[in-house]
Write a protein that binds this ligand. Structure first.
Ligand SMILES: NC(=O)c1ccc[n+]([C@@H]2O[C@H](COP(=O)([O-])OP(=O)(O)OC[C@H]3O[C@@H](n4cnc5c(N)ncnc54)[C@H](OP(=O)(O)O)[C@@H]3O)[C@@H](O)[C@H]2O)c1
Length: 277
């Protein structure tokens, strides 16, 4: 008799890393439940043969509906959750309103946390499960004009490290992926948030924002950008290995900053980070 397929829920599958990983995880033999927000994205994912869910991380009601549907679709046996959905809010810290900062946390931290803890009992009851967090190189190094995103990903890393230790003995493993630059719709989405939520012309830093805008509008890739398959490789290891890693560092910049941070003093490290646009 063939073994039943294990189910993996992946959030944020409309584009980029989530979309690519949905395909890669399915090819690896898992049943993928893909989430998106817009009807056209859900329809497209369904046409591609995925089980889909509408999920808006900023709304508890949407999370509750999604969790109920996951229970139905999996008969209460979800194997893994890939918390991928998130966005980057650019802007200097002094130009971020409380509301804009809160929204960044609503998606990248609070919604992600709520979804995780509502799905977790199924995994604990089954005595096995995988939670994989899509963090970032910006989850451990800070860069100018990325304060909101930095804060949300640093927080995600802290919360995740604690949760992993608390899950000891349950059979549920938690891994963190830290990608550097990856080809996706991330920049276009960040550009939208930048223009909508920051007073670009009225800022003390208006001149610096011109450069930042040009960078976000440019089709030129950041150095050492990789395709989303680099993240999929880490994700598949985290899903399949009997001993998944705590952290998966993806792209050269992530490895480089990891080692520099270990080796250098705070002051020298900061001098280097201030050179990064
Ligand atoms: N690309 C990079 O260079 C890079 C580097 C490090 C880490 N990451 C991380 O990788 C993950 C995926 O990003 P990506 O690069 O693939 O960017 P992306 O193409 O912009 O994809 C982001 C996904 O998240 C979804 N999303 C955003 N806000 C949401 C919300 N409130 N509720 C539900 N879904 C929401 C988006 O849905 P909509 O289409 O509906 O907006 C989209 O499906 C993120 O966690 C990001 O922080 C990316």
């Amino acid at each position: 008799m063939t073994k039943p397929q294990k189910s993996v829920l992946i959030t944020g599958c409309s584009s980029g890393i989530g979309y690519h990983c949905a395909h890669a995880v399915r090819r690896a033999g898992f049943r993928v439940i893909a989430t998106a927000r817009k009807s056209e994205d859900i329809a497209r994912l369904e046409e591609e043969g995925f089980a889909t869910l509408r999920l808006e991380l900023n709304e508890s009601a949407s999370i509750d509906e999604a969790v109920a549907r996951v229970k139905e679709l999996t008969k209460g046996r979800l194997y893994a959750l890939f918390n991928n959905a998130a966005y980057g809010q650019p802007g200097a810290v002094e130009d971020l309103s409380r509301e804009v900062l809160r929204e960044q946390f609503e998606t990248n931290l609070f919604g992600t946390h709520e979804l995780t803890v509502k799905l977790l009992p199924m995994m604990i009851e089954a005595g096995e499960g995988r939670i994989v967090q899509n963090s970032s190189v910006l989850g451990f190094v800070a860069l100018r004009y990325r304060g909101a995103y930095n804060a949300s990903k640093f927080a995600l890393e802290g919360l995740s490290d604690t949760l992993r230790m608390e899950l000891e003995g349950t059979g549920v493993h938690l891994s963190i992926i830290e990608p550097g630059p990856i080809r996706s719709a991330f920049r276009q989405n960040a550009l939208k948030r930048f223009e909508e939520n920051v007073d670009l012309a009225g800022s003390r830093l208006a001149r610096n924002y011109e450069k930042k805008l040009a960078q976000l509008q440019s089709s030129e890739e950041a150095p050492f950008t990789l395709g989303p398959e680099a993240v999929a490789k880490a994700l598949l290891h985290a899903l399949k290995s009997p001993s998944p890693k705590i952290r998966y560092r993806v792209t050269l910049p992530t490895h480089l900053f990891f080692w520099l941070k270990k080796a250098l003093s705070d002051a020298v490290m900061e001098r280097i980070l201030k050179k990064v646009e």
